[in-house]
Design a binder for this molecule. Structure first.
Ligand code: ARG
Length: 459
Protein backbone atom coordinates (compact mmCIF):
# COMPACT_ATOMS: atom_id res chain seq x y z
CA UNK A 1 0.00 0.00 0.00
CA UNK A 2 1.40 3.37 -1.04
CA UNK A 3 1.78 6.28 1.39
CA UNK A 4 -0.52 8.30 -0.80
CA UNK A 5 -3.22 5.57 -0.97
CA UNK A 6 -5.83 7.90 0.56
CA UNK A 7 -6.39 9.80 -2.64
CA UNK A 8 -6.38 6.80 -4.97
CA UNK A 9 -9.02 4.18 -5.71
CA UNK A 10 -6.59 1.50 -6.98
CA UNK A 11 -3.11 0.11 -6.44
CA UNK A 12 -0.45 1.29 -8.88
CA UNK A 13 -0.03 -1.06 -11.85
CA UNK A 14 2.81 -3.48 -11.01
CA UNK A 15 4.84 -2.83 -14.16
CA UNK A 16 4.39 0.92 -13.74
CA UNK A 17 5.47 0.59 -10.13
CA UNK A 18 8.80 -0.80 -11.37
CA UNK A 19 9.03 1.88 -14.04
CA UNK A 20 8.45 4.59 -11.46
CA UNK A 21 10.69 3.25 -8.73
CA UNK A 22 14.26 4.39 -8.05
CA UNK A 23 15.11 2.05 -5.16
CA UNK A 24 17.38 -0.04 -7.39
CA UNK A 25 19.86 2.80 -7.67
CA UNK A 26 19.05 5.29 -4.89
CA UNK A 27 19.52 2.78 -2.06
CA UNK A 28 23.25 3.65 -2.08
CA UNK A 29 22.22 6.88 -0.32
CA UNK A 30 20.78 5.12 2.74
CA UNK A 31 23.37 6.57 5.13
CA UNK A 32 22.69 10.11 3.94
CA UNK A 33 18.93 9.58 4.04
CA UNK A 34 19.06 8.35 7.63
CA UNK A 35 21.47 11.07 8.77
CA UNK A 36 19.22 13.72 7.18
CA UNK A 37 16.15 12.29 8.90
CA UNK A 38 17.90 12.17 12.27
CA UNK A 39 18.87 15.84 11.97
CA UNK A 40 15.36 16.75 10.82
CA UNK A 41 13.69 14.88 13.72
CA UNK A 42 16.07 16.43 16.23
CA UNK A 43 15.14 19.90 14.92
CA UNK A 44 11.40 19.13 14.94
CA UNK A 45 11.70 18.10 18.59
CA UNK A 46 13.84 21.07 19.59
CA UNK A 47 11.40 23.49 17.95
CA UNK A 48 8.43 21.87 19.67
CA UNK A 49 6.91 20.92 16.29
CA UNK A 50 6.60 17.29 17.37
CA UNK A 51 6.71 15.94 20.95
CA UNK A 52 10.23 15.54 22.32
CA UNK A 53 9.56 11.89 23.13
CA UNK A 54 8.58 11.16 19.54
CA UNK A 55 11.64 12.98 18.23
CA UNK A 56 13.84 10.84 20.48
CA UNK A 57 12.05 7.63 19.44
CA UNK A 58 12.47 8.53 15.75
CA UNK A 59 16.18 9.16 16.14
CA UNK A 60 16.71 5.94 18.04
CA UNK A 61 14.63 4.00 15.52
CA UNK A 62 16.65 5.46 12.64
CA UNK A 63 19.92 4.56 14.33
CA UNK A 64 18.65 1.00 14.68
CA UNK A 65 17.76 0.88 10.98
CA UNK A 66 21.21 2.16 10.05
CA UNK A 67 22.93 -0.41 12.27
CA UNK A 68 20.83 -3.23 10.82
CA UNK A 69 21.45 -2.14 7.23
CA UNK A 70 25.19 -1.95 7.92
CA UNK A 71 25.29 -5.37 9.57
CA UNK A 72 23.11 -6.99 6.94
CA UNK A 73 20.38 -7.82 9.48
CA UNK A 74 18.02 -5.64 7.44
CA UNK A 75 17.84 -5.74 3.64
CA UNK A 76 16.45 -2.93 1.49
CA UNK A 77 13.02 -3.93 0.18
CA UNK A 78 13.36 -4.02 -3.62
CA UNK A 79 9.61 -3.40 -3.88
CA UNK A 80 9.85 -0.03 -2.14
CA UNK A 81 9.56 3.05 -4.37
CA UNK A 82 12.72 4.75 -3.24
CA UNK A 83 15.13 4.90 -0.32
CA UNK A 84 13.19 7.72 1.35
CA UNK A 85 9.94 5.73 1.39
CA UNK A 86 11.74 2.57 2.46
CA UNK A 87 13.38 4.16 5.51
CA UNK A 88 10.18 5.89 6.60
CA UNK A 89 8.09 2.74 6.19
CA UNK A 90 10.63 0.66 8.10
CA UNK A 91 10.71 3.27 10.86
CA UNK A 92 6.97 3.27 11.27
CA UNK A 93 6.90 -0.52 11.24
CA UNK A 94 9.44 -0.46 14.07
CA UNK A 95 8.26 2.38 16.33
CA UNK A 96 4.62 2.89 15.37
CA UNK A 97 2.85 6.24 15.33
CA UNK A 98 5.86 8.37 16.27
CA UNK A 99 7.41 7.33 12.94
CA UNK A 100 4.49 8.91 11.12
CA UNK A 101 5.52 12.33 12.47
CA UNK A 102 8.97 12.27 10.78
CA UNK A 103 7.74 13.69 7.48
CA UNK A 104 6.27 16.81 9.14
CA UNK A 105 7.58 19.97 7.42
CA UNK A 106 9.42 17.95 4.78
CA UNK A 107 8.88 16.61 1.28
CA UNK A 108 10.75 14.01 -0.71
CA UNK A 109 11.69 16.85 -3.01
CA UNK A 110 13.89 18.58 -0.45
CA UNK A 111 14.84 15.22 1.05
CA UNK A 112 16.27 13.86 -2.20
CA UNK A 113 18.09 17.13 -2.84
CA UNK A 114 19.66 16.84 0.61
CA UNK A 115 20.63 13.18 0.28
CA UNK A 116 22.14 13.70 -3.12
CA UNK A 117 24.19 16.70 -2.04
CA UNK A 118 25.57 14.80 0.93
CA UNK A 119 26.31 11.71 -1.15
CA UNK A 120 28.02 13.60 -3.95
CA UNK A 121 30.10 15.61 -1.48
CA UNK A 122 31.57 12.36 -0.13
CA UNK A 123 32.02 10.84 -3.56
CA UNK A 124 33.79 13.90 -4.93
CA UNK A 125 36.19 13.77 -1.98
CA UNK A 126 36.93 10.12 -2.76
CA UNK A 127 37.60 10.90 -6.43
CA UNK A 128 39.84 13.79 -5.44
CA UNK A 129 41.83 11.46 -3.20
CA UNK A 130 42.38 9.08 -6.13
CA UNK A 131 43.44 11.99 -8.34
CA UNK A 132 45.94 13.11 -5.69
CA UNK A 133 47.33 9.55 -5.49
CA UNK A 134 47.79 9.46 -9.24
CA UNK A 135 49.60 12.81 -9.17
CA UNK A 136 51.87 11.42 -6.43
CA UNK A 137 52.67 8.40 -8.60
CA UNK A 138 53.42 10.58 -11.60
CA UNK A 139 55.67 12.80 -9.48
CA UNK A 140 57.69 9.86 -8.27
CA UNK A 141 58.17 8.41 -11.77
CA UNK A 142 59.14 11.89 -13.00
CA UNK A 143 61.71 12.31 -10.21
CA UNK A 144 63.66 9.38 -11.66
CA UNK A 145 63.55 10.69 -15.23
CA UNK A 146 64.52 14.35 -15.23
CA UNK A 147 67.50 13.44 -17.47
CA UNK A 148 65.69 10.92 -19.69
CA UNK A 149 65.64 12.65 -23.07
CA UNK A 150 62.71 11.81 -25.32
CA UNK A 151 61.19 13.37 -28.42
CA UNK A 152 58.52 15.99 -27.90
CA UNK A 153 55.90 15.96 -30.65
CA UNK A 154 53.54 18.32 -32.38
CA UNK A 155 51.15 16.84 -34.96
CA UNK A 156 52.68 13.56 -33.72
CA UNK A 157 55.78 14.56 -35.68
CA UNK A 158 59.09 14.78 -33.86
CA UNK A 159 59.43 18.42 -32.79
CA UNK A 160 61.91 19.28 -30.05
CA UNK A 161 63.61 17.23 -27.36
CA UNK A 162 62.06 17.09 -23.88
CA UNK A 163 62.46 14.67 -20.98
CA UNK A 164 60.17 11.90 -19.85
CA UNK A 165 59.78 13.72 -16.53
CA UNK A 166 58.63 16.88 -18.26
CA UNK A 167 56.20 15.01 -20.49
CA UNK A 168 54.64 13.11 -17.58
CA UNK A 169 54.42 16.21 -15.41
CA UNK A 170 52.20 17.85 -18.01
CA UNK A 171 49.63 15.26 -16.92
CA UNK A 172 50.27 16.08 -13.28
CA UNK A 173 49.31 19.69 -14.05
CA UNK A 174 46.09 18.62 -15.78
CA UNK A 175 45.18 16.42 -12.84
CA UNK A 176 46.03 19.15 -10.39
CA UNK A 177 43.46 21.38 -12.10
CA UNK A 178 41.01 18.47 -11.85
CA UNK A 179 41.59 18.28 -8.11
CA UNK A 180 41.02 22.04 -7.94
CA UNK A 181 37.72 21.69 -9.80
CA UNK A 182 36.61 19.00 -7.37
CA UNK A 183 37.44 21.32 -4.47
CA UNK A 184 35.52 24.17 -6.08
CA UNK A 185 32.60 21.82 -6.51
CA UNK A 186 32.78 20.80 -2.84
CA UNK A 187 32.64 24.46 -1.79
CA UNK A 188 29.63 25.25 -3.98
CA UNK A 189 27.58 22.15 -3.18
CA UNK A 190 27.92 22.87 0.54
CA UNK A 191 24.37 24.29 0.93
CA UNK A 192 21.60 22.58 2.86
CA UNK A 193 18.25 22.42 1.00
CA UNK A 194 16.01 20.76 3.62
CA UNK A 195 13.13 22.99 4.71
CA UNK A 196 12.28 23.97 1.15
CA UNK A 197 9.70 21.18 1.52
CA UNK A 198 7.73 20.49 -1.68
CA UNK A 199 8.71 23.86 -3.18
CA UNK A 200 7.23 26.65 -1.07
CA UNK A 201 8.74 26.24 2.38
CA UNK A 202 6.46 25.63 5.32
CA UNK A 203 4.26 27.27 7.94
CA UNK A 204 5.96 25.29 10.74
CA UNK A 205 8.57 27.19 12.77
CA UNK A 206 11.49 25.10 11.46
CA UNK A 207 15.14 25.96 12.02
CA UNK A 208 17.01 25.23 8.83
CA UNK A 209 20.30 26.57 10.15
CA UNK A 210 20.20 24.09 13.02
CA UNK A 211 19.78 21.20 10.54
CA UNK A 212 22.59 22.57 8.36
CA UNK A 213 24.88 22.77 11.35
CA UNK A 214 24.14 19.27 12.59
CA UNK A 215 24.78 17.85 9.10
CA UNK A 216 28.01 19.82 8.67
CA UNK A 217 26.86 22.12 5.86
CA UNK A 218 28.44 25.56 5.51
CA UNK A 219 25.22 27.35 4.50
CA UNK A 220 21.52 26.86 3.81
CA UNK A 221 20.03 27.36 0.33
CA UNK A 222 18.38 30.76 -0.16
CA UNK A 223 15.32 30.02 -2.31
CA UNK A 224 12.91 27.16 -1.64
CA UNK A 225 12.01 26.67 -5.31
CA UNK A 226 15.61 26.64 -6.45
CA UNK A 227 16.45 24.26 -3.59
CA UNK A 228 14.28 21.49 -5.04
CA UNK A 229 14.72 22.31 -8.74
CA UNK A 230 18.50 22.69 -8.77
CA UNK A 231 20.71 19.94 -10.15
CA UNK A 232 23.52 22.21 -11.27
CA UNK A 233 25.73 20.39 -8.82
CA UNK A 234 25.26 17.12 -10.76
CA UNK A 235 26.26 18.88 -13.96
CA UNK A 236 29.25 20.52 -12.30
CA UNK A 237 30.52 17.28 -10.88
CA UNK A 238 29.77 15.52 -14.17
CA UNK A 239 31.83 18.11 -16.05
CA UNK A 240 34.71 17.83 -13.59
CA UNK A 241 34.66 14.04 -14.01
CA UNK A 242 34.60 14.41 -17.80
CA UNK A 243 37.81 16.40 -17.66
CA UNK A 244 39.45 13.86 -15.34
CA UNK A 245 38.49 11.18 -17.86
CA UNK A 246 39.62 13.27 -20.82
CA UNK A 247 43.04 13.61 -19.21
CA UNK A 248 43.23 9.91 -18.40
CA UNK A 249 42.18 9.17 -21.95
CA UNK A 250 44.89 11.33 -23.49
CA UNK A 251 47.48 9.74 -21.24
CA UNK A 252 46.10 6.32 -22.15
CA UNK A 253 46.43 7.05 -25.83
CA UNK A 254 50.09 7.93 -25.29
CA UNK A 255 50.72 4.78 -23.29
CA UNK A 256 49.14 2.75 -26.12
CA UNK A 257 51.60 4.37 -28.53
CA UNK A 258 54.55 4.05 -26.18
CA UNK A 259 53.86 0.31 -25.70
CA UNK A 260 53.92 -0.40 -29.43
CA UNK A 261 57.04 -2.02 -30.88
CA UNK A 262 57.46 1.05 -33.11
CA UNK A 263 57.93 3.29 -30.04
CA UNK A 264 58.89 0.84 -27.29
CA UNK A 265 59.25 3.68 -24.76
CA UNK A 266 57.60 1.73 -21.95
CA UNK A 267 56.66 -1.83 -21.13
CA UNK A 268 53.66 -2.61 -18.95
CA UNK A 269 54.01 -5.04 -16.10
CA UNK A 270 52.57 -8.46 -16.94
CA UNK A 271 50.00 -7.97 -14.17
CA UNK A 272 48.64 -4.93 -16.00
CA UNK A 273 48.52 -6.16 -19.59
CA UNK A 274 46.63 -8.88 -21.38
CA UNK A 275 47.37 -11.48 -24.04
CA UNK A 276 45.67 -12.50 -27.25
CA UNK A 277 43.61 -15.64 -27.68
CA UNK A 278 45.31 -16.40 -31.01
CA UNK A 279 48.55 -14.41 -31.36
CA UNK A 280 51.06 -15.78 -28.85
CA UNK A 281 53.41 -12.78 -29.09
CA UNK A 282 50.83 -10.18 -28.07
CA UNK A 283 50.89 -8.10 -24.91
CA UNK A 284 48.05 -5.66 -25.11
CA UNK A 285 47.51 -2.44 -23.17
CA UNK A 286 43.82 -3.21 -22.54
CA UNK A 287 43.56 -1.06 -19.42
CA UNK A 288 44.45 2.09 -21.28
CA UNK A 289 42.14 1.26 -24.16
CA UNK A 290 39.27 0.68 -21.74
CA UNK A 291 39.96 3.98 -20.01
CA UNK A 292 39.93 5.70 -23.39
CA UNK A 293 36.67 3.94 -24.26
CA UNK A 294 34.97 4.63 -20.95
CA UNK A 295 35.65 8.32 -21.35
CA UNK A 296 32.83 8.41 -23.90
CA UNK A 297 30.52 6.92 -21.34
CA UNK A 298 31.25 9.63 -18.78
CA UNK A 299 30.82 12.31 -21.43
CA UNK A 300 27.47 10.66 -22.21
CA UNK A 301 26.40 11.02 -18.58
CA UNK A 302 27.12 14.74 -18.65
CA UNK A 303 25.05 15.12 -21.80
CA UNK A 304 22.25 13.10 -20.16
CA UNK A 305 22.22 15.49 -17.20
CA UNK A 306 22.24 18.65 -19.26
CA UNK A 307 19.54 17.36 -21.58
CA UNK A 308 17.41 16.19 -18.66
CA UNK A 309 17.48 19.66 -17.12
CA UNK A 310 17.18 22.00 -20.07
CA UNK A 311 13.41 22.01 -20.55
CA UNK A 312 12.22 21.61 -16.97
CA UNK A 313 9.87 24.19 -15.50
CA UNK A 314 10.20 24.94 -11.78
CA UNK A 315 10.19 23.24 -9.41
CA UNK A 316 10.63 19.46 -8.94
CA UNK A 317 9.80 17.21 -11.91
CA UNK A 318 10.15 13.46 -11.97
CA UNK A 319 12.61 13.75 -14.87
CA UNK A 320 15.08 14.67 -12.16
CA UNK A 321 15.10 11.11 -10.86
CA UNK A 322 17.25 10.42 -13.94
CA UNK A 323 20.06 12.45 -12.38
CA UNK A 324 21.19 9.61 -10.16
CA UNK A 325 22.03 6.84 -12.62
CA UNK A 326 23.91 9.32 -14.78
CA UNK A 327 26.06 10.84 -12.08
CA UNK A 328 26.51 7.57 -10.15
CA UNK A 329 27.74 5.82 -13.27
CA UNK A 330 30.09 8.69 -14.06
CA UNK A 331 31.48 8.48 -10.52
CA UNK A 332 31.87 4.71 -10.51
CA UNK A 333 33.52 4.74 -13.94
CA UNK A 334 35.95 7.52 -13.08
CA UNK A 335 36.88 5.89 -9.79
CA UNK A 336 37.45 2.54 -11.49
CA UNK A 337 39.65 4.12 -14.17
CA UNK A 338 41.75 6.04 -11.65
CA UNK A 339 42.17 2.92 -9.54
CA UNK A 340 43.37 0.95 -12.57
CA UNK A 341 45.71 3.50 -14.10
CA UNK A 342 47.71 4.43 -10.99
CA UNK A 343 49.19 0.98 -10.26
CA UNK A 344 49.63 0.36 -14.00
CA UNK A 345 51.88 3.43 -14.25
CA UNK A 346 53.65 2.66 -10.99
CA UNK A 347 54.70 -0.80 -12.23
CA UNK A 348 55.53 0.01 -15.84
CA UNK A 349 59.12 -0.21 -17.05
CA UNK A 350 60.55 2.87 -18.75
CA UNK A 351 63.06 2.41 -21.59
CA UNK A 352 65.28 5.53 -21.67
CA UNK A 353 67.47 4.01 -24.42
CA UNK A 354 64.48 3.75 -26.77
CA UNK A 355 63.42 7.30 -26.00
CA UNK A 356 66.93 8.58 -26.56
CA UNK A 357 67.20 6.71 -29.89
CA UNK A 358 63.87 8.08 -31.07
CA UNK A 359 64.97 11.59 -30.11
CA UNK A 360 68.07 11.23 -32.31
CA UNK A 361 65.84 10.92 -35.38
CA UNK A 362 63.73 13.48 -37.16
CA UNK A 363 66.12 16.48 -36.96
CA UNK A 364 64.78 17.21 -33.50
CA UNK A 365 67.67 19.65 -32.93
CA UNK A 366 66.96 21.79 -36.02
CA UNK A 367 65.51 24.64 -33.90
CA UNK A 368 68.65 24.59 -31.79
CA UNK A 369 70.79 24.79 -34.92
CA UNK A 370 68.87 27.89 -36.05
CA UNK A 371 69.08 29.35 -32.51
CA UNK A 372 72.88 28.78 -32.64
CA UNK A 373 73.16 30.99 -35.73
CA UNK A 374 70.77 33.59 -34.32
CA UNK A 375 72.89 33.82 -31.16
CA UNK A 376 75.88 34.52 -33.47
CA UNK A 377 74.02 37.54 -34.83
CA UNK A 378 72.27 36.03 -37.89
CA UNK A 379 68.63 37.24 -37.96
CA UNK A 380 66.39 34.33 -36.85
CA UNK A 381 64.49 34.13 -40.16
CA UNK A 382 67.77 33.77 -42.11
CA UNK A 383 69.06 31.25 -39.57
CA UNK A 384 65.81 29.30 -39.95
CA UNK A 385 66.17 29.23 -43.73
CA UNK A 386 69.83 28.16 -43.62
CA UNK A 387 68.97 25.31 -41.22
CA UNK A 388 66.15 24.23 -43.51
CA UNK A 389 68.69 23.95 -46.35
CA UNK A 390 70.96 21.87 -44.11
CA UNK A 391 68.12 19.51 -43.20
CA UNK A 392 67.38 19.03 -46.87
CA UNK A 393 71.04 18.36 -47.55
CA UNK A 394 71.12 15.77 -44.75
CA UNK A 395 68.05 14.04 -46.17
CA UNK A 396 69.73 13.89 -49.59
CA UNK A 397 72.96 12.55 -48.08
CA UNK A 398 71.21 10.22 -45.64
CA UNK A 399 72.98 11.72 -42.60
CA UNK A 400 72.01 13.77 -39.54
CA UNK A 401 72.91 17.29 -38.43
CA UNK A 402 75.35 15.72 -35.94
CA UNK A 403 77.24 13.87 -38.70
CA UNK A 404 77.18 16.54 -41.41
CA UNK A 405 80.77 17.86 -41.98
CA UNK A 406 81.56 21.47 -40.96
CA UNK A 407 82.44 22.45 -44.56
CA UNK A 408 78.85 21.70 -45.58
CA UNK A 409 77.62 23.94 -42.77
CA UNK A 410 79.96 26.73 -43.77
CA UNK A 411 78.93 26.44 -47.42
CA UNK A 412 75.37 27.24 -46.41
CA UNK A 413 76.29 29.93 -43.86
CA UNK A 414 79.85 31.11 -43.00
CA UNK A 415 78.83 31.92 -39.40
CA UNK A 416 78.96 28.19 -38.49
CA UNK A 417 81.99 27.14 -36.40
CA UNK A 418 83.17 23.91 -34.80
CA UNK A 419 81.09 24.67 -31.69
CA UNK A 420 77.87 24.03 -33.64
CA UNK A 421 78.19 20.33 -32.74
CA UNK A 422 78.07 21.12 -29.03
CA UNK A 423 75.06 23.37 -29.57
CA UNK A 424 73.04 20.70 -31.34
CA UNK A 425 73.97 17.90 -28.97
CA UNK A 426 70.69 16.45 -27.69
CA UNK A 427 71.56 16.62 -24.02
CA UNK A 428 72.66 20.25 -24.47
CA UNK A 429 69.47 21.02 -26.37
CA UNK A 430 67.36 19.88 -23.45
CA UNK A 431 69.51 21.18 -20.62
CA UNK A 432 69.64 24.67 -22.12
CA UNK A 433 65.87 25.00 -22.19
CA UNK A 434 65.92 26.49 -18.75
CA UNK A 435 63.07 28.98 -19.26
CA UNK A 436 60.56 28.78 -16.40
CA UNK A 437 58.32 25.77 -17.03
CA UNK A 438 60.78 24.35 -19.57
CA UNK A 439 62.21 20.81 -19.85
CA UNK A 440 65.77 21.43 -18.57
CA UNK A 441 66.38 19.19 -15.55
CA UNK A 442 66.83 22.18 -13.23
CA UNK A 443 63.56 23.77 -14.46
CA UNK A 444 61.76 20.45 -14.00
CA UNK A 445 63.15 20.25 -10.45
CA UNK A 446 61.36 23.54 -9.71
CA UNK A 447 58.16 22.12 -11.20
CA UNK A 448 58.54 19.00 -9.07
CA UNK A 449 59.20 20.99 -5.91
CA UNK A 450 56.04 23.05 -6.40
CA UNK A 451 54.08 19.92 -7.12
CA UNK A 452 55.38 18.19 -4.01
CA UNK A 453 54.42 21.22 -1.89
CA UNK A 454 50.92 21.09 -3.39
CA UNK A 455 50.74 17.33 -2.73
CA UNK A 456 51.77 17.84 0.90
CA UNK A 457 49.02 20.41 1.32
CA UNK A 458 46.44 18.19 -0.42
CA UNK A 459 46.90 14.84 1.27
N1 ARG B 1 12.83 9.14 -6.16
C1 ARG B 1 12.66 10.55 -6.37
C2 ARG B 1 13.89 11.12 -7.09
O1 ARG B 1 14.87 10.43 -7.15
C3 ARG B 1 12.49 11.23 -5.05
C4 ARG B 1 11.66 12.46 -5.11
C5 ARG B 1 10.29 12.14 -5.45
N2 ARG B 1 9.42 13.25 -5.32
C6 ARG B 1 8.20 13.21 -5.86
N3 ARG B 1 7.49 14.25 -5.71
N4 ARG B 1 7.78 12.18 -6.55
O2 ARG B 1 13.91 12.21 -7.61
Amino acid sequence: MKMWAGRFGKELDAAINDFNASIRFDQVMYRQDIAGSIAHAEMLGAQGIIPAGDAAAIQEGLRGILADLESGALAVDPGAEDIHMFVEQELTARIGDAGKRLHTARSRNDQVALDLRMYLKDQAAAVKQLVVELIGTIASIASAHTHTVMPGYTHLQVAQPVTFAHHLLAYAQMLRRDAGRLSDFAARIDEMPLGACALAGTTYPIDRHRVAKSLGFARVTENSMDSVADRDFCVELGAALCLVMTHLSRLSEEVVLWCSSEFGFVELDDAFATGSSIMPQKKNPDITELVRGKTGRVTGSLVTLLTMLKGLPLAYNKDMQEDKEAIFDALATTRACLSAITPMLRTMTVRPDKMRAAAAKGFINATDCADYLAKKGVPFRDAYKATGQLVRLCIEKGCTLETLPLEEYKAVCPAFEQDVYAAIDLIACVSQRRSYGGPAPEAVEVQLENLRAWLDASS
